[in-house]
Design a protein. Structure first.
Length: 338
């Protein structure tokens, strides 16, 4: 099948590798604003005939939609117009954006996606994305779900790092007692324990769309929040340009989801998580989502993975085979969840 990939940053490159390694993608058409730079990145990805580079424009993009099976949007900034073109051609769309404004603009295309009979997956990266899958899986283990709390550590690449830096200084919307509550970004310090050898880290409120997507998937939730690990310098300088160049692909990363609800008549808390390089985690989730969408295994419409994936456990098992380290927290021990 032919897949269209828009953007070839840290997450886009990892997504491309995952797509080509699946052997289901016979041709990958990559759209980039800087084709020469993109060619250098795609040389190691596959045979010359399997990867093609095109300069990004609406005309070139629209011309490739006729034989495309799926579109993966991995660029920072507005991409709703590209999504509209794909939906108009009945091509499924996957977006890795973690910008709440961009997520809202994509969710507004829900009716168009349903009419086209294809999914528009919003936030198919580490968080949101993997966080949504973990939350959905945790929800299947509880009789009723009341609260979801997401925490992350690390960033996937330069664009993700810049977004993380700005989001710490923005107003945050949390879902509490059935209504949206506005909080100050960088507040709400909480010590969070992540899986693997990462251990504990101080996490703070951050303006990310996880609560928006989780409330859409679970309307009966009483509380949905998101936090991210940050240093004092991160919080104090969030209103300034970044003081140093971000890592090209991120280093250590992790995501953790705590689900609170009831099982068997008793209150229960379930914690699940994953660890690895953020770009690798995000790329694996984006590629797996694209392959499922092309195979028509996702629910038509616009939403996060918690809304569109019928069986989150199967997807998490597939991600585990792709190298994503998944774990559940039980008492004093951390054990593999799949």
């Amino acid at each position: 099948m032919r897949a269209l990939l828009v953007g070839l940053g840290a997450v886009g490159t990892r997504s491309a590798r995952q797509l080509l390694s699946s052997k289901l993608v016979s041709e990958l058409v990559v759209f980039s604003r800087w084709p020469a730079k993109a060619r250098l990145r795609t040389d190691p990805l596959g045979s010359p005939g399997s990867v093609r580079i095109e300069e990004l424009s609406l005309e070139r993009f629209g011309a490739e939609l006729g034989r495309a099976a799926v579109t993966l949007l991995a660029i920072p900034g507005p991409s709703a117009r590209l999504a509209e073109l794909s939906l108009g051609a009945a091509v499924p769309v996957i977006s890795v954006s973690d910008d709440p404004n961009e997520v809202r603009s994509l969710l507004a295309l829900g009716d168009r996606a349903r009419r086209a009979g294809v999914p528009l997956v919003v936030g198919a990266a580490m968080a949101p994305g993997l966080s949504c899958l973990l939350a959905a899986w945790a929800g299947t283990r509880l009789d009723s779900l009341a609260e979801l709390h997401v925490a992350t550590l690390g960033t996937g690449g330069p664009a993700c790092a810049r977004r993380h830096h700005a989001a710490l200084g923005e107003t945050v919307e949390e879902w509490r007692e059935g209504a949206w509550s506005r909080k100050v970004g960088g507040s709400g310090r909480e010590l969070v324990w992540f899986p693997g050898h990462i251990g504990g880290a101080d996490c703070y409120r951050i303006n990310r769309p996880d609560p928006l997507l989780l409330v859409q998937a679970f309307p009966s939730l009483r509380c949905a929040t998101t936090r991210a690990a940050a240093s004092r310098r991160d919080r104090m300088t969030s209103w300034l340009p970044m003081l140093r160049r971000p890592h090209p692909e991120g280093t250590v990363g992790a995501v953790r989801v705590e689900a609170r609800g009831r099982r068997g008549g008793a209150a229960e808390s379930l914690v699940v998580g994953a660890a690895g390089r953020p770009a690798l985690l995000a790329g694996a989730v984006a590629a797996a989502s694209a392959l499922m969408a092309a195979d028509r295994r996702l629910t038509p419409g616009a939403g996060g993975l918690a809304s569109l994936v019928p069986t989150p456990g199967e997807v998490l098992a597939d991600l585990s085979e792709r190298g994503v380290q998944l774990a559940s927290f039980e008492g004093d021990h951390v054990t593999p969840a799949w």
